[in-house]
Each structure stands twice: as structure tokens, then as C-alpha cells.
Design a protein around this ligand. Sequence first.
Ligand SMILES: [Zn+2]
Length: 305
Amino acid sequence: MATDPVSDEEFSVERCFTVHKGNMPVLLVAGHGGRWPLNAVPKRSRPRANTVRDDNTNELLALVAAAVREQSGGTCEPYTVSALCHRRYCDLNRSEGDASEHALATRYWRYYHGTIGAMVREMVAAHPHALPALIDVHGQSWRKDTVLRGTQDGRTTPRLLALYGSAALVGSEGLLGALHAHGHAVYPPLDVAIGTHATTPEHASFNGGWTVRYWSGLAADTPEGHAATAVLAHDGHTFVDAVQLEIGFHFRDTASPLMATFAADLARAILRWHHHYLVPHEHRHEHEHEHEQMKQHQQSQSQQQ
Ligand SMILES: [Zn+2]
């Protein structure tokens, strides 16, 4: 039997992630897009363990982050965390106990969620009047030309919905509504009120996993949430509104020009969402120069085209 060539002490978990510190209250994460083996960790073998990676979500996340930077004239940069190891060794969108069956994989899980926690705390500290948000980028092939919303029918975005109602997600300046305004199909359809029986519920397989449930505070009162809080939230509970986006395969197909177009449109949707909902109105003047710069930048770009 092959032995592990690298001891636990030498295993460098920080090399298993691409991390970028941003300057706006938006954190983009992708936990299922990795391709690497995770050292000598065996493949997860539990029944019901999903071991299939989400194709090209890391690549899409990088395109979206670059497009946000470019469209804002360099003034807005999201925080980002992308996992580089394959889901078959550790599922970062599960609770710690469910994520892996090996101590190194647990370190990998803790590094990912610990990094998210550090970024969440930094966003909250740097933008005390904003509503910081986490977007968890995933991939699905149920509807290849559609983006599925995963918020546990609004329960992982409690602050936005309390302040602004469903429009904060499905209105024309909401994250999903803005994406739809750019011509992309979203699911559920843009019903008026999220989380009431008058609306179409989110797809049961894509309605928001551990990451959005934990980091929004929804899982905090579960035993697993308590365990995670003990590990991750060293200096108190800090939670944010969190949206899982399940991106159809056509938008993640590196052979198709649609991928870059979609990334640019998702970046536009994120910027609209940020300006209209994440940054509060009474503090918007602090960001007005960003709007001006962005408009000028977009005008000069469209003149060039
Ligand atoms: Zn996924």
C-alpha cells in the first residue's frame, strides 16, 4: 500500500486555495471547482456523498471578479476564495463532520471556512453601514441555460429581505433580477414575494447548502452550527446575507463565448446589487464617485466598440 509522502506537519493547506482580499462588501466563494488531489486523502466513500466537481466554477469566479474590477474602473474588488482540491476528497459545502473522513481534509475544510470567516469579519469592520454579502458559486446541469437561486427560500438573506423585501433579490436591481434584466433565465422565476406560498419554491437540490446556511446564521442554532461556531468564529458570531448561485453548464463552458459574456453580466448584476442594496442609501454619497467613474468608464468603453 502506498504511504503518504508528505507528513501532516508539512502539508501546506494554504496552497490549496486562491484567495484575494477585496475592498467592497461582497465575497465570492467557490468550493466545488477544484481539480487537485488532496495529498493522500482517500476518496470520500459515505453513502450519498456527492463526489462530482462543478466544472469551471473557479474559472468563472475569476472572470466575474475581473469584470467587477474592470466595470467599476478599478474601484470595486470583491473578496474571493476558490478551493483548488477536488470535491471527492472533501466537500466544503457540508458541515465539518459531513465534509470529510480524514484529518487532513478536516484541516482543509477549516482553512476554507476560517478564511471565509476572516473575510466576513473584515468586510463588516471595513463597511460598518453596509450589508455585506456572500455569493457561493456552484454549477448544475439540470437547466444548462439557467441560474438557480439557493437561499432556502429567502432564509439565508434575512437582513436584505427585512430591510428591502424580495426586491433586494428579484427586483430589477436585485442580484437575480438584474441578471434576468441582462437576458439570463433564472429559477425560480421572478415571483413577487420570496418565501410565501404564492411563489415558486427554490429547487430542493439547489436551494442553499451548508455554506450559505452557516454564514447567514441560519444553521447557528443546530448542533452542527454550534460545533462550527466553536471552531470558526473565534471573536464572536459574524454572519452575512448569503446567496448560492447554481450556474447552468452553458455559462461555464470554456469552449463557448457565452462564458465571458455571462461573467460580464453577472459582474454588472453584482455591481447594481451592491450599489442599490448592499451600500445603504444614507451612505451612498461615499460611493457616488464610484458611480461616476463607472459611468464614464462604461461610456468610454462603448465609444471604443
Ligand atoms: Zn456545487
